[in-house]
Design a protein. Structure first.
Length: 173
């Protein structure tokens, strides 16, 4: 079953919890006032942010992102599920980005389709980048998030229990 939201009237991204134990939610209000609360993983945020950045760059987007916070979002949305798959496309007739979000582990194979304006994509991209940046730092060697208590990097054969130094210049060579 595919739920078609049309062009989103409002969309925003939220995170809950402390770094390392956060959950992430994409909130949507569709053209017909239907609402959806879609729970995603941090990897989804990274991939969507990158995809939006590529689309906006290819289209030469130079606008200012609009803030489309889902004000008045209901406490009990019409649709509330964990996302397992995300598809992204571009509708050249409307000039909108089309997202198709598949529910994780469902027998019905439910998907939600929504169109986002380029301004909405730019706004979401900024929100996602801010959420990602506020999380745990990623080890430059192994790509695993580092805990504040330290990090034993598998790429250093477990010999180091120290933070990996920044790659920026100006070191004590």
């Amino acid at each position: 079953m595919t739920i078609d939201f049309g062009v989103a009237r409002a969309v925003d991204m939220q995170s809950f919890g402390r770094a390392g134990q956060r959950t992430f939610r994409l909130r949507l209000i569709g053209a017909g006032s239907e609402s959806a609360s879609l729970w995603v993983e941090k990897e989804h945020l990274r991939a969507l942010s990158l995809a939006f950045r590529q689309v906006l760059t290819r289209l030469g987007y130079a606008g200012m992102p609009s803030t489309t916070e889902a004000i008045g979002f209901p406490e009990a949305p019409d649709h509330d599920f964990r996302v397992g798959s995300i598809g992204i496309g571009f509708d050249s007739s409307s000039g909108n980005v089309v997202l198709q979000l598949g529910e994780l582990e469902t027998e019905e194979d439910s998907t939600l389709r929504v169109q986002l304006t380029l301004d909405d994509c730019a706004s979401l991209m900024e929100q996602m980048d801010a959420i990602i940046a506020s999380g745990r730092p990623i080890c430059r060697l192994c790509g695993i998030p580092m805990e504040p208590s330290g990090h034993v990097c598998v790429r250093s054969n477990g010999d180091r229990d120290q933070p990996i130094p920044d790659s920026g210049g100006g070191g004590d060579s």
